[in-house]
Ligand binder design. Structure first.
Ligand SMILES: [Zn+2]
Length: 130
């Protein structure tokens, strides 16, 4: 598969997708050019389930400068329905108690804003499902 690098970058940044190595079957998100497990360069696209559960989490009370307005916030390891794990922020947790095993849904949110350049970064965050 030969697609321009920039195009691939956009695709994986803005969609909840990952790639699966055709050599060893490992899943990567974001996508990799070469599989660190088996060295294969052949990957197939897979669409990730939007639902998962909290494996573990921690509350951040002192965050990096651009996140300061959001503290305290929760950062969690989420296990998606297909077993893939990812680390992400859980949004809208005010007055809600987090529990291990709680169901979450992946949502597309603003990650950070660069005050100098006005560049806004977007990505996936998790939201409590109920
Ligand atoms: Zn592999």
């Amino acid at each position: 598969m030969s697609v321009p690098k920039t195009w691939r970058g956009e695709k994986y940044r803005y969609r909840l997708e990952a790639v699966k190595c055709t050599g060893c079957g490992k899943t990567y998100m974001p996508a990799r050019a070469v599989c660190p497990e088996c060295g294969s360069r052949d990957f197939e696209d897979i669409k990730l389930p939007a639902e998962g559960k909290i494996v573990t989490y921690s509350m951040v009370h002192v965050g990096p400068a651009q996140m300061q307005f959001e503290v305290p916030y929760a950062v969690a390891i989420i296990e998606l329905e297909n077993g893939l794990r990812l680390t992400t922020q859980i949004v809208d947790t005010q007055n809600k108690e987090l529990k291990i095993g709680q169901k979450v849904r992946m949502v597309f949110r603003k990650i950070q804003e660069d005050g100098k350049t006005g560049v806004i970064g977007y990505g996936y965050k998790a939201m409590l499902a109920e």
